[in-house]
Every structure is written in C-alpha cells, then in structure tokens.
Ligand binder design. Structure first.
Ligand code: ATP
Length: 232
C-alpha cells in the first residue's frame, strides 16, 4: 500500500538515506528501527514530502513524488512527529480541532470520542497543551494525527523521552489502533516494544537497511539489538 523504492534523502548536500526500499501493507503495523542518526526521521520526512528526496514513494499505487505536502495529507497520510510538537499555547481541544482541519464534518464527534478514549485529555481539554505531561502530549499528538481520519499513520518515536510505564501506555494505545486496522509505520528505538506489536520490521543504520523480516527474526538478532543499545 505504501511503497518506498530506492529512496535517497538529502539535507542540503548531505545524503542521509542511501536508496532504501520499504513497504507497508494495508492494515499492518510495520516498524522502522534504528539507532540515533540512522535516517528514520529523514525517511518519514521524505514520505510526507518535507525534505528533498529521490526515488519513488507511492501510496495506493499513486506516485506521490510530485505532490505537495498538503496533497499527500489529502491522499491519507498523517504523521505524529518526533518530539510530539503539540501547539503548546493552544488548548488540548484546539490542537484536535486543527488536526481535523481537512475533515471538519463530524469533527466534534471525533473529539468527543477521543475524550472518551483518553479521559485525561477530556479533563484537560481547556488547558494549554504545553502544560500536559510528556505522555499526555504524546497521546494528544497521536489523537491529533488521527483527526483527519488518515489511511496511514506515521508514528515517529512515540516513546522517546517517556518513563517506561508511560511508554507502555503509549504502546498499548498503538496496539488498540492496530486492532482497529489502522495502517501504521512505527519508527522506534525501543525495538523490544515495537517488535511486539509489529507485523514486519526493517532495521536501518547509517541510511541503509541492514536487515528486514518478521519481528521474531529481527528480535533474535543480537547484533542489531546491540546497535540499538550502543553495546557492541
Ligand atoms: P534520531 O532518532 O536521532 O532522530 P534518525 O534515525 O531519525 O535519528 P535522522 O534524524 O533521519 O535520523 O538523521 C539522519 C542523518 O541525517 C544524521 O546523520 C543527521 O545528522 C542528518 N540530518 C538530519 N537532519 C538534518 C538537517 N536538517 N541538516 C543536516 N543533516 C541532517
């Protein structure tokens, strides 16, 4: 469904990703694992069209390469960015309203649903998003990314900087999204948790895919896991 072919990503003259291939089938959760600086965010940014890239990105057999960022969002791609990037001065509810700008119809119903799913967001609906805890901001960032009812959700390091218990709650949230058949590309450094809920995984390092396979295959590769923990 999402197909990335021979993708090269550039930051100015620096080539950060060197010709990778990735596929995310409909309804599946695919993990893109790798240590700091591997090229994970660069890959996500190329899919959403915010950085310069070569190669092809197609979605539902449509080549996105010539589409603007806005048109890619309209095509059904949504991202929950690394570092959450909630609008800190806007309220929780205003963040969700903005997230659903492309699908204003029934937007308040969807917000009400999120407040039911995450009562803590409902309790804090009128509070500036910047006053939420890291875990709450992550929940908000994911809910906001889903407000346009995307066909695929790109999740960039949702557990980053969270205490293990809070990170587990976020992974539980992702598991629930998966059960609702939402297609997900999950970028993570926490391989153990990400592999538990993925159908397939890629391991990226220095802009190259070093390995790919079913979670049980990759999880058993001590060499890869050592790269992630920095213990070699
Ligand atoms: P992290 O988890 O640290 O974000 P990552 O796997 O997402 O790591 P990227 O952020 O994609 O990695 O970075 C890949 C490479 O591209 C790194 O060498 C990084 O220094 C470089 N890079 C990323 N963004 C820029 C930029 N705006 N300008 C120059 N180089 C960049």
């Amino acid at each position: 469904m999402l197909r990335v072919r021979n993708l090269r990503v550039y930051h100015g003259i620096i080539e950060a990703v060197h010709g990778i291939n990735i596929e995310v089938p409909l309804g599946k959760c695919v993990a893109l694992l790798g240590p700091n600086g591997a090229g994970k965010t660069s890959t996500i940014s190329a899919i959403t069209g915010v950085v310069k890239s070569e190669g092809s990105v197609s979605f539902e057999d449509r080549n996105l390469s010539s589409l603007s960022v806005e048109d890619r969002i309209k095509a059904g791609i949504s991202v929950s960015p690394e570092g959450r990037r909630v609008f800190a001065n806007l309220t929780v509810e205003e963040n969700l309203v903005l997230g659903g700008a492309l699908k204003p119809k029934c937007r308040s119903d969807r917000i009400a649903e999120w407040f039911k799913t995450f009562p803590i967001l409902g309790e804090r609906r009128a509070q500036p998003a910047g006053t939420l805890s890291g875990g709450e901001q992550q929940m908000l960032a994911i809910a906001r990314a889903l407000m346009n009812e995307p066909k695929i959700l790109l999740l960039d390091e949702p557990s980053l900087g969270l205490a293990p218990k809070i990170a587990s709650q976020i992974f539980e949230m992702i598991k629930n999204l998966k059960q609702e058949n939402i297609t997900i590309l999950l970028v993570e450094q926490n391989a153990t948790q990400a592999l538990k809920l993925s159908d397939y995984a890629y391991f990226l390092n220095n802009g190259h895919i070093l390995a790919e396979g079913k979670p049980e295959e990759l999880g058993g590769r001590e060499d890869l896991m050592a790269e992630l923990t920095g213990i070699t």
